[in-house]
Design a protein around this ligand. Structure first.
Ligand code: RIB
Length: 302
């Protein structure tokens, strides 16, 4: 099964800081590093490292060739990545001494998709293919409508959550993968149980994976729920942990693993990612995940 990931590609400028800066404060940083990232790029690389056939579609600016090269080096098809005039997407990321981050996002080329580009890209895909989306590109609602017409299976990571998501017909989405903050923004509910109930009420046919940070993750479909705790590791940098989880969970779906097995695989992969600096480069290969000896803690079912 092929996955088309229509998503962002960002140059991440990462600054180690003592603590995440507060309004009005000036804080010196450690050495800046330049990494390949973007939720789209990270998720494509996670999928490829997990063994999935993945095609990335998106836009880079004049200084963004390193992003396409990074995808290609990792086995992602880049024939639908286009270079346009102007700047690539980029981020300014603060990472504090506990590995926690805070991200400023400049959309750049990521936000210059057109109807023609979407049509041309989707014309190479159809029934039996998966479309993966996040919310760092423009025209998300249009991509969802056209992919649904083309009978693709749509998986949405509504991150970051904003009004662009509210414009989308989410009943066309087959799987949501989101964290509890996005879950609250989407449903108005704070408790994981209530978030999941609200999603099921609005979208009864949609499968949902709700990640809960250090508490683990929960999978839900119409009939059942399964949960999984995290693997205890010492975090260095949490950037791309969620993207790693997403890529590995989708790979498990494609391999027809059970939801419990999918949650465990994704939990192990993201635990490894948080022990390393950077975004795309922190994502482990499948063999490393399988041979890691990591074992997620059980989580009480919600
Ligand atoms: O999910 C992590 C990613 O979010 C970073 O690589 C950064 O580019 C932002 O888009």
């Amino acid at each position: 099964m092929r996955v088309l990931n229509f998503g962002s590609l960002n140059i991440d400028y990462v600054y180690p800081v003592d603590h995440i800066i507060i309004p009005g404060e000036t804080e010196p940083t450690g050495e800046v590093t330049t990494n390949c990232g973007g939720k789209g790029l990270n998720q494509s690389i996670a999928l490829a490292k997990a063994g999935v056939e993945v095609y990335h579609a998106g836009l880079i600016g004049e200084e963004g060739q390193l992003l396409a090269d990074k995808l290609a080096e990792n086995g992602v098809d880049t024939s639908h990545v286009r270079c346009i005039p102007g700047r690539s997407g980029h981020t300014i990321i603060q990472v504090d001494k506990n590995g926690q981050n805070s991200i400023l996002l400049f959309g750049g080329a990521n936000r210059k998709l057109t109807h023609d580009i979407i049509d041309e890209t989707l014309s190479d895909f159809g029934e039996g293919d998966i479309l993966l989306l996040q919310n760092e590109v423009n025209l998300l609602d249009v991509i969802i409508d056209k992919a649904f017409e083309a009978r693709m299976k749509i998986i949405l990571n509504p991150s970051p959550y904003d009004t662009a998501i509210q414009k989308c017909d989410l009943s066309k989405v087959s799987v949501f993968i989101l964290n509890e903050i996005e879950g609250e923004q989407m449903t108005g509910q704070k408790e994981p149980d209530k978030i999941l109930n609200a999603i099921k009420k609005s979208y009864p046919e949609t499968e949902t994976v709700l990640t809960l940070g250090s508490a683990g993750a929960v999978y839900q479909n119409r009939e059942e729920r399964h949960s999984c705790g995290i693997c205890r590791v010492k975090p260095v940098d949490t950037t791309a942990a969620g993207d790693t989880f997403t890529g590995y969970f989708i790979s498990a779906m494609i391999d027809a693993l059970s939801p419990e097995e999918g949650l465990k695989l994704a939990s192990k992969a993201s635990a490894i990612a948080v022990t390393r600096n950077g975004a795309a480069d922190s994502i482990p290969e499948r063999e490393e995940v399988l041979g890691s000896g990591l074992d997620p803690e059980p989580m009480r079912l919600l």
